[in-house]
Design a protein. Structure first.
Lengths: 231, 457, 957
């Protein structure tokens, strides 16, 4: 029922709302719903996107070092430049002297090599731009992964095809977990570990990593203990 | 006409008609508040005072986010303080509205009509205040969303065994349903305001809000179906929300928390404090806006009865805690019980007994139940008492638990108090806005009720 | 643990480190590796944890020259020593990428034997102390070494001419052969020059010899106010030896009796302890002598005294008992002779005399501070060098050192900090930290250690050795050269290099053992001591502060915030009085008293300490520093003004309450167990707990299936004597922040392992129970079920993992933790990003940001490292391969960590011990941390011999 006594003197001259108002309101309501939904979806996609994770990004380097040339064509062993990959948490970066083992003879005059020569001459270290990075609260140990037969390529991709080093994988926790939950398929023979263009691992299972509701499984899985990486 | 029509038990039921209300007079009286805005000076004074409180809240929260929860008095072992106390207190207050609107509706308590709208609004605002705290009290509030299940890049989910996760669902559900329930109930009245609004602007505003309500039969049919359904949904929520809040404590192994009595006793306490708050607000309100005809002394008396009944349930809860401690004979439980009554915080405990158990006993004589002054005082006491109850549960249980070496004290800081006062400011400010903009009493239901009365004569 | 790697020349990587510290500006430059870089950026990065902002681009800085192999992994260990009151504490220093980050005991060192104490653990922080002296100062103005060298070379000829007349050197007593060589050479060159020595702390030698005891051999130990497990140069060895006799497999449990006026950690470990005011010592000792002679005690003894005397006498009577008696340094000579007689008669080889190791009694030395001040007042001294000491602060009140100092025209202070003395000297020169320079020190036993640097001096400091050489010759020579010169004497060059490297490697110099001084002639009997009349007046006792010693550690925030023994006081000292004395003057804790003697007074807040002898007030030294930076200045009161040259340890005073009050801050507010059986004890006759209490009830949640390892920790309350080395070791290992006095007052201290202290029995002479409480790592952890985000979860190896970066800070876990071992970052407790202390941070442990919970992890970073090492070799982790930081530090071997799945592991054997129990087992949380109950001695009457029933049934500890 409407109010018993209309306040306005005489009948309204024109209706309060136009004919289309109802539709307008409906569309508006629908629009609000869609906007909210779209916002959520976009956010999700953004943070799950390679863009956010900088996959494929090859930052500028003081020296345009080509893994394709050194690791791919010349077949230099990874350990030649990353000496502590089997013994320490950090794989280690080549010292200027390491570069000079060859370049004291080869291409000495090349302009692109001048930063190396300068570094050796003035004893000033080269500062490379980091390509693959993990958050501060993640403790990753190269040596044990290598020892357990996880190929470099599993995380670093096919460096033999990288003129400039670029980030090959998102390296999200989801990816780490995917492999830690079921490492078997990703392990290779010791000989394979340092093959620059290793089998493109993880790609399939990477995104299918499902969360564990209670943060720990009924079956003991040392690899999925939080303290395996976080301490 | 109105299928809210119910078989009315004669005599005992208060009825505005007895105080000479008619269809027209009800509508006129109630719609004057938003449209004619009487008692403007009182409104402004009250609103500005409350708004100052709101600003205080903003300042406190700003400082909190800047420095961290360390600005509060919490420590080890008392890691929960005012934030949780206030959260539980506000949630409790937020129970009266839905209880009155939904449960009493289903129980055919027609007298609820005059107070349902107002208490529903109160419920919403109280839940709004409560909802702030769980986020504020986080050490890293920016990550509150980790309590929600969503597909993250870490491949993790919330830990569903934790009562805090249950809280998230319980409280948000309750807030949503209460909001819908309240808004749906508002529709016919919004239409009334639209039709009576003096200016086109207001007509448009109320018009939009009323979603094109024209009051024809189909509208009423839908309206009542929805309203009943929501009532049916809301009723169990009234029980579930505070049961789960009770579980926040009962699930813990802490002496003084680890008790099976908590869920029912929390629900009773919630309704207890809810009704107390309703009385605290309604008594001055009806006086200021002259609504005695609609919210009659008889209403107050009935609410007083509910208050007493719930008071006894709560008192039983206290008793049960001590009895259990004694009967189970657990060293730590017994100590916790004794520590409450004679420990450093004993004064809080005895004050709460005075407020929650003794004060309501004033309402035995019928005459006193009908005396607004007395009722108001008792209601105020119960509000304080229920806040103290939560303080006693949270703080005195935590400050001396298992290892004497780890015992400590809790001393609230300025920021504890300012945040608390701030949320009161928010609550009152919202109430004043509500009074200014929306009908405080459901005109539609009142008219329907009067109509029944005429029809039944 | 990696073995110590020897190093050649200065340690590799120092060049890089010194890059990070431009002299005078101790702040990092961004050429750090990823983790350290991010950590230092932490404040701006992690703050508010803006998960949505892109990470900044980082640089990886490669080396120019590949590093030393030992260093390639980033971590290297070096054997060196820390000076403790001049004596060596052998340590292994851990260096990470050229940055010293942790000190551990050197297992090869005869005194430390792999253990450490709180001071040694905290020493690493002092290296990065922002308050350290950053360069030479002249009249308070920044100056340069060059300028100083010019001035000194200008002055030297005059001394050369006058054979050193007018030149005086003040040092702390030292054990450094090289430093002594330099000083002797100086005095040889300039006979008129004077060398004085000053320390406010105890001397450990008497006319040329020092007592040395074999606690492993002794069956009975009687201490007279000696804190031989805590404040003694040989404390680590003595504690280790003594508690080896309390292991579960020790067939004969040795007895410890303590007579002391003020509670000490040694006294707390005693089977029988009696609080005895110094005046009563002769009386009690005579009574003991009488009892040993079968006579009745002449005077009236208190109940604790009688029990002690009776039991001690009974055991000594039993023939072959080897009994030793150790007197505190403050015991008067007469009683010292009684002690000598006792040892001569009962020690039976467990006591010997060593030639004094420290230079206190050096024949060349011209005496102490008193003599120096006298000489200054005579005006005979124009130039004074002060090496290391801080007499302006530590001088006794009746000695006006500062006044006398003004009479010298050229004064040089050499010290790590620009302290009170530096402010009064013309020149201040920064002394290098012991991890920055070459030197050599001897331990109490005489064993010498070559100190080697891990980093170049951060602030251009120099070693005292270098400075002594500069003083003597006016030339600058490297400390390494000087030290090598000392040790190459009498060694043919061919073998020297090899031996030198071996010495560096082991951390101990191979040399002929110090010749023992002639033992005292076995006295016929114990001398009768003159018994004074019972003193009515109040005496104050001056004692080194348990944490700050004589104040030298005042700038060390870890030691300031370390709860003191018995009182758990932090950030300040208090005057200790017995409850009876407190009642007599109606004093509450914190009430200010005024002690007055000889026209000087000290005002101090009191703390009523059960077990303190009535009628004495203990004033800990080391408080009330005025020039110790924000950390050390104005903490508590200084007792030195009341001290007198003649009465350094005890003084009769008039005491009155001033009516003032100061709220003291303690980490433990409640020192009784309230009828709860927490720190448990068992009688010696029947050392086991009822089996019923050791069975587990059923659990609601499914029990965790055990994976390859099941880590567990066992703490032996019978061995723990409460030294708190574990607390600081944990702090150093796990990057635990310092929160400051106000936060501790609010109950927000952050220590992951705390030492609970409970007093039981008579307040006049209570039994003190120390109970270290780390995380229990419950198998049914209450904290895990209530965390809404799964930030604390159970690992498959039984650890209760805490993941900081998942924590949202509901603090529900702490509420639900019955042991209250969780710690919360209520505010941002991280040091400012630019402060050097981050360079000490352990890179394997995340630094926690504001609003996250943290707690003991069983040093999970060490577990992971150990597991990885084992996995790489395809083997299981060996028992004892992984040590937690607390376990590694513990001098008494009270803490054992290991794998329960290996039934032979020490921890598994301990858990089978009938004395093993879980704290609050009735809650059925099934802790992985368990305790071994403390053994209380049999009643004195029943006491016959200490052998325990069927030792076979007892598992090894």
């Amino acid at each position: 029922m409407t109010s018993p006594d209309p306040p306005a003197p005489g009948p309204l001259r024109r209706p309060l709302f136009g004919a289309g108002t109802t539709h307008a309101v409906r569309v508006a309501l629908l629009g609000v719903g869609l906007t909210v939904g779209a916002a959520g979806f976009t956010t999700y996609e953004y943070y799950h996107s390679p863009y956010w994770d900088r996959v494929g990004v090859a930052p500028a380097q003081p020296v345009p070092f080509s893994h394709r040339h050194h690791a791919g064509e010349l077949r230099l062993d990874c350990r030649f430049c990353h000496p502590t990959v089997e013994t320490a948490a950090e794989a280690g970066m080549p010292s200027t002297q390491t570069c000079l083992t060859c370049h004291s003879q080869l291409f000495r005059g090349e302009p692109m090599l001048q930063p190396v020569m300068a570094s050796a001459a003035d004893n000033v270290p080269l500062a490379w731009s980091r390509v693959n990075t993990l958050p501060d609260h993640v403790h990753f140990d190269h040596s044990i992964h290598v020892a357990k037969g996880i190929a470099c390529a599993s995380c670093h991709g096919d460096v033999a095809d990288m003129p400039l080093m670029r980030k090959a994988r998102a390296l999200t926790m989801r990816e780490c977990l995917a492999c830690h939950r079921d490492p078997g398929p990703h392990q290779v023979a010791a000989a394979e570990v340092f093959r620059p263009s290793g089998p493109g691992l993880l790609t399939s299972s990477a995104t299918s990593g499902e969360g564990s509701g209670r943060g720990n499984e009924a079956v003991p899985r040392p690899l999925t203990n939080c303290s395996t990486c976080h301490h | 006409m109105n299928t809210l029509r119910t078989e009315v038990a004669e005599g005992d039921v208060p009825n505005p008609a007895d105080s000479g209300e008619t269809l027209a007079s009800v509508t006129e009286r109630v719609s004057r508040l938003p449209l004619a805005r009487p008692r403007s000076r009182f409104w402004w004074a009250g609103f500005l005072a409350a708004f100052a409180g709101l600003l205080l809240l903003l300042a406190s929260v700003g400082w909190l986010f800047l420095r961290g929860v360390g600005i509060w008095g919490i420590d080890m072992p008392v890691a929960w303080g005012f934030a949780i106390v206030n959260f539980v207190w506000w949630i409790g207050i937020g129970h009266a509205g839905t209880f009155i609107s939904a449960i009493l509706l289903l129980l055919h308590q027609q007298w609820r009509t005059s107070i349902s709208r107002f208490t529903e609004a109160m419920t919403l605002f109280a839940v709004a205040c409560a909802g702030i705290y769980p986020i504020l009290h986080l050490g890293r509030p920016q990550f509150f969303y980790w309590l929600l299940p969503y597909p993250d890049t870490m491949g993790l989910w919330p830990q569903f065994r934790s009562p805090l996760v249950w809280d998230v669902f319980a409280v948000s559900t309750y807030a949503t349903v209460s909001l819908l329930f309240w808004y749906v109930g508002l529709l016919p009245d919004l239409a009334t305001l639209r039709d009576r609004a003096p200016t086109v602007g207001k007509q448009r505003a109320y018009g939009l809000l009323s979603l094109g309500w024209r009051g024809d039969g189909r509208h009423w049919a839908h309206y009542e179906r929805v309203y009943l359904t929501l009532a049916g949904l809301a009723a169990p929520l009234v029980v579930s929300v505070h049961s789960i809040v009770g579980l926040d404590f009962a699930v813990a192994i802490l002496p003084g928390w680890h008790s099976t009595i908590f869920p029912p006793y929390f629900v009773a306490g919630a309704i207890f404090s809810g009704f107390a708050m309703v009385l605290t607000l309604v008594i001055p309100l009806r006086k200021v806006y002259g609504l005695e005809a609609d919210i009659t002394d008889r209403h107050l008396e009935l609410m007083a009865k509910v208050l007493m009944a719930m008071g006894w349930v709560v008192a039983y809860g206290y008793f049960a805690e001590f009895f259990e401690a004694w009967r189970a004979g657990d060293l730590f439980d017994r100590f916790a019980a004794v520590n409450r009554t004679v420990g450093p915080y004993a004064f809080c405990f005895w004050l709460l007994v005075a407020c929650n158990v003794v004060a309501p006993q004033l309402l035995w004589p019928r005459a006193w139940r009908r005396r607004p002054g007395v009722l108001f005082a008792v209601a105020l006491a119960v509000n304080v008492g229920m806040w103290l109850e939560r303080f006693v549960i949270v703080v005195t249980s935590l400050h001396r638990d298992f290892l004497p070496s780890a015992w400590g004290m809790y001393r609230p800081t300025f920021w504890d108090w300012s945040t608390f006062l701030g949320t009161i400011g928010l609550f009152v400010a919202l109430l004043f806005l509500f009074l200014r903009l929306l009908p405080a009493i459901s005109m539609a239901e009142m008219r329907g009720w009067l109509a029944n009365r005429e029809a039944s004569e | 643990m990696a073995p110590p790697s020897s190093i050649l020349g200065t340690s590799p990587g120092t060049a890089r480190l010194s890059d990070e510290f431009p002299p005078g500006a101790p702040h990092w430059l961004p050429d750090l590796d990823r983790r350290e870089f991010l950590r230092l950026m932490g404040a701006s990065l992690a703050l508010a944890g803006l998960s949505s902002c892109r990470r900044p681009a980082e640089k990886i800085v490669a080396r120019v020259v590949p590093p030393d192999r030992a260093f390639a992994s980033g971590t290297a260990w070096y054997a060196t020593a820390m000076p403790w009151e001049g004596f060596a504490r052998g340590v292994l220093a851990k260096s990470w990428q050229g940055r010293p980050i942790k000190l551990e005991g050197n297992p090869d060192h005869p005194e430390s034997r792999g253990a450490t104490d709180a001071e040694t653990q905290a020493a690493i922080l002092s290296l990065y102390d922002p308050e350290r002296s950053t360069g030479p100062r002249r009249g308070g103005q920044a100056a340069s070494w060059e300028r100083f060298e010019q001035e000194w070379t200008a002055r030297r000829p005059e001394f050369a001419a006058r054979r050193g007349a007018g030149l005086a050197v003040l040092t702390e007593p030292t054990t450094s052969p090289t430093l002594r060589r330099e000083l002797h050479a100086l005095l040889a060159a300039w006979p008129e020059a004077r060398w004085f020595q000053h320390t406010p702390l105890a001397r450990h030698d008497r006319d040329g010899w020092q007592a040395d005891f074999d606690f492993a051999a002794a069956d009975l130990v009687l201490t007279l106010g000696a804190d031989c497990f805590h404040r003694h140069p040989a404390a680590l060895r003595q504690a280790g030896d003594f508690f080896s006799r309390r292991r579960r497999d020790a067939t004969r449990r040795s007895r410890l009796y303590a007579l002391e006026p003020t509670p000490s950690l040694t006294g707390a470990a005693a089977d029988y302890r009696a609080p005895v005011a110094p005046g009563r010592f002769p009386l009690v000792l005579n009574a003991l002598a009488a009892a040993l002679g079968g006579r009745a005690p002449s005077a009236e003894l208190t109940e604790p005294e009688r029990a002690l005397v009776r039991d001690c006498a009974a055991r000594l009577a039993g023939g072959g008992t080897k009994g030793i008696c150790i007197a505190g340094p403050e015991i008067p000579e007469e009683q010292q002779r009684w002690v000598d007689a006792f040892n001569a008669r009962y020690a039976r080889g467990a006591a010997r005399r060593l030639a004094a190791v420290r230079s206190d009694g050096d024949a060349q030395s011209g005496g102490g501070l008193g003599e120096l001040v006298a000489a200054l007042d005579r005006g005979g001294i124009s130039t004074l060098w002060i090496l290391g000491a801080n007499p302006a602060y530590t001088a006794p009140g009746d000695l006006d050192f500062s006044g006398a100092l003004r009479r010298a025209e050229f004064t040089v202070h050499v010290g790590g900090h620009a302290d009170e003395t530096a402010a009064r000297c013309g020149w201040h020169l920064p002394e290098a930290h012991f991890l920055e320079t070459w030197s050599d020190l001897r331990a109490y036993s005489g064993a010498a250690t070559i100190l080697q640097p891990l980093v170049e001096p951060l602030h251009g400091g120099r070693s005292p050795v270098e400075i002594a050489h500069l003083l003597r010759t006016g030339e600058r020579r490297g400390a390494r050269e000087l030290v090598r010169e000392t040790w190459s004497r009498g060694v043919e060059d061919a073998s020297f290099e090899a031996r030198w490297h071996e010495w560096l490697d082991r951390g101990v110099v191979e040399e002929a053992p110090a010749e023992a001084a002639p033992a005292a002639a076995a006295a016929s009997g114990l001398p009768l001591l003159v018994e004074g009349t019972a003193a009515a007046e109040i005496a104050v006792l001056f004692r080194p502060d348990p944490n700050l010693a004589d104040g030298r550690w005042a700038t060390n925030a870890w030691l300031q915030e370390l709860p003191r023994p018995f009182t758990s006081l932090v950030w300040e000292n208090a005057a200790l009085v017995s409850p009876a004395t407190a009642a007599k003057f109606s004093l509450r804790n914190g009430d200010i008293i005024r002690c007055e003697a000889g026209g000087r007074a000290v005002e101090a807040p009191v703390w009523s300490l059960p077990g303190q002898a009535d009628g004495c007030v203990t004033l800990p030294l080391g408080g009330g520093r005025t020039a110790a930076g924000p950390v050390g200045s104005g903490r508590g009161f200084s007792a030195y003004p009341l001290r007198a040259v003649r009465e350094p340890w005890e003084r009769v005073v008039s005491l009155r309450p001033t009516g003032g009050h100061r709220d003291l801050v303690t980490t433990q507010g409640h020192f009784t167990m309230d009828g709860r059986d927490l720190a448990r004890t068992v009688p010696e006759e029947n050392p086991s707990l009822p089996p019923a209490e050791r069975t587990e009830a059923v659990a609601l949640f499914p029990t965790w299936p055990r994976d390859r390892y099941a880590w567990a920790l066992s703490i032996d309350l019978d061995a723990c004597f409460g030294c708190s080395a574990c607390v600081v070791a944990c702090q150093a290992e796990n990057n635990i922040p310092v929160v400051g006095r106000d936060q501790v007052a609010r109950g927000r201290e952050m220590h992951w392992i705390r030492v609970d202290r409970y007093f039981s029995g008579d307040a006049a002479n209570p039994r003190v129970l120390h109970q270290p409480v780390p995380c229990m790592h419950c198998e049914q952890a209450p904290c895990e079920v209530v965390c809404p985000v799964g930030a604390t979860v159970h690992s498959s190896e039984g650890l209760n993992d805490m993941i900081y970066n998942r924590c949202v800070g509901t603090r529900y876990c702490s509420n639900n933790c019955p042991y209250k071992v969780r710690r919360f970052n209520f505010l941002d407790y991280r040091a400012p990003a630019e402060s050097g202390v981050y360079l000490q941070a352990n890179p394997a442990v995340t630094i926690r940001e504001r609003g996250v919970m943290e707690k003991c992890t069983y040093c999970v970073q060490r577990i992971d490292a150990g597991r990885i090492a084992a996995e790489k070799e395809n083997r299981r982790v060996r028992d004892g391969e992984i040590l937690t930081a607390c376990q590694q530090a513990c001098p008494a071997g009270a803490i054992v960590f290991g794998d329960l799945n290996d039934p032979a592991s020490r921890v598994a054997r301990r858990r089978r011990d009938p004395m093993s129990y879980a704290l609050l087992a009735e809650l059925n949380t099934r802790p992985r941390t368990t305790y071994l109950a403390k053994i209380l001695p049999a009643s004195p009457l029943a006491a016959q011999d200490g052998s325990r029933p069927d030792p076979q049934s007892r598992a090894d500890g």
